[in-house]
Design a protein around this ligand. Sequence first.
Ligand code: ATP
Ligand code: MG
Length: 353
Amino acid sequence: MRALNIAVLPGDGIGPEVTKEAIKVLQALADIDSTFTYETKEFHWNSDYYLKTGQMMPEDGLEQLKTFDSILFGAIGDNRVPDQISVWDLIMPIRKNFQQYVNFRPIKLLKGLEGPLKNNASIDFVIIRENGEGEYSNVGGMMFQGENREMSVQNTIMTRQGVTQIAEFAYKYVRDHSLDKVTNATKSNAIIHSMKFWDQVVEETAKKHSDISYERYYIDALAAYFVQRPEDFQVVLASNLFGDILSDLGSAIVGGLGLAPSGNINPSHEYPSMFEAVHGSAPDIAGRGIANPIAQIWSAALLLEHIGRKDLHDNILAAIEALLVERKILTPDLGGTATTVEVGDAIVEKLYK
Ligand code: ATP
Ligand code: MG
């Protein structure tokens, strides 16, 4: 059996700290389960690399990454480097070239946690965000119509192929996980060209899957429902911008950034998919060894699910939940005093049980 080949980009700040714990968990799985073997190679393409070389990655960076099954990404962000550079010169090229058109975010209130919402309903849904086009396009510009009369234009791009493939992914997810509903986040009452087309294509896809329930909400109302009745959702399908905003709201209702994982997925497996905690490099706590590694460990679990090892994914989640239920070994963001390393070690210990 061939070993799973993972490219690791630890990144900046707490990225390397939490990524180390995620790899520790992979190693434990490999030790426990002889059917799982993996190899990693680290790439230190981070802000220091940029300050030294003027680039976020080498010219052949994508060629190098392309040979891996998956990518585990820490976090990028450093106040000496404009955010735009790390996003457009590293993250975006990876997402676009490897056709990672799905941004996948579980919103799940883990056992042992109390979310900020009063009625501690069971919250367990996923946000499937279009990750390759939509509102985050670089089409647009400034138009100068005279002094103090500039006008900016930012175009949204919705293609039939782009919308169809994300909608189909959402329906496939519903089927693969024995769920029965898709919720479409839209705003076609106000964004009357691109969003209307989004709805049209999503609804054509919904018709093909008429055994699965479909509902559509305007993004403003949906944001309120996330707070008022989050237990009603299973799979929320959203455009790039709406999915971005809903994902942060989603992570907030289940306990915050230290617990929010994500995947940038190429469903065809033709190119590597990339998994990363939602949080950034957290410069305010970097180097202190107190970052919560759970988001990154969970992201590694999503990586395993993507390559067909849902069993290992479920083992990791069970170990995380076992730790949270005990409420003994927690990092400060969850009200504890444990270190990043102690939490990683404790999750490994739970895996052995
Ligand atoms: P970036 O621009 O890199 O996304 P940011 O400032 O937008 O950075 P984060 O780096 O995610 O956002 O940090 C936001 C806040 O959440 C910070 O106070 C940070 O310390 C905290 N935080 C983020 N991740 C974690 C974590 N894993 N454990 C504990 N606290 C965290
Ligand atoms: Mg941020």
